[in-house]
Design a protein. Structure first.
Ligand SMILES: [Cu+2]
Length: 155
């Protein structure tokens, strides 16, 4: 009996050590690398633009000075393309511009290419959608991720 038992112990120990020595080897070199890459991407994220003095649903007069806020990116006048910088655009009653597309320049798309961070707007009474869109030195949009939108009621 003793011989059989010790044989079983040896066999099971043997298979355990084989399993243990196989398991970590293929995983070890890959897992830490993948994790740190994913973390690196997640930590970059928090850049944003926002209206400093406008909330969704707010009632404003026909003339109102809007203040533009920014975090994680820097305002720079249009011209040179520098990563992490750009200028504001106010889109009146329109949608965010997809990343990589040029922000149009017309009555619904106002560029602040001098690096302005405020603008006195004149709006007709009624409901309006105001969208702040950040874009690079060549007016190429950073996309909806770097935009902010509010609906306002003008009285
Ligand atoms: Cu522009």
């Amino acid at each position: 009996m003793k011989t059989i038992l010790s044989l079983i112990v040896i066999v099971s120990l043997g298979s355990l050590s084989t399993f243990a020595s196989q398991a970590p080897d293929p995983k070890a070199p890959k897992a830490p690398g993948e994790k740190s890459a994913a973390h690196g991407a997640a930590e970059k994220a928090p850049a944003r633009v926002f209206f400093k003095n406008l909330k969704n649903g707010q009632t404003i007069p026909t003339k109102y000075k809007i203040e533009f806020g920014i975090e994680g990116v820097a305002v720079k006048p249009a011209g040179e393309i520098v990563p992490g910088t750009g200028h504001h655009h106010l889109i009146i009653d329109g949608d965010a511009i997809p990343a990589g597309q040029v922000v149009p320049a017309d009555e619904h798309h106002v560029h602040f290419g001098k690096g302005q961070t405020e603008y006195e707007i004149t709006l007709k009474p009624g409901k309006h959608k105001l969208l702040l869109q950040f874009a690079d030195g060549a007016h190429i949009s950073y996309g909806p991720e770097l935009s902010a939108v509010v609906d306002v009621i003008v009285k």
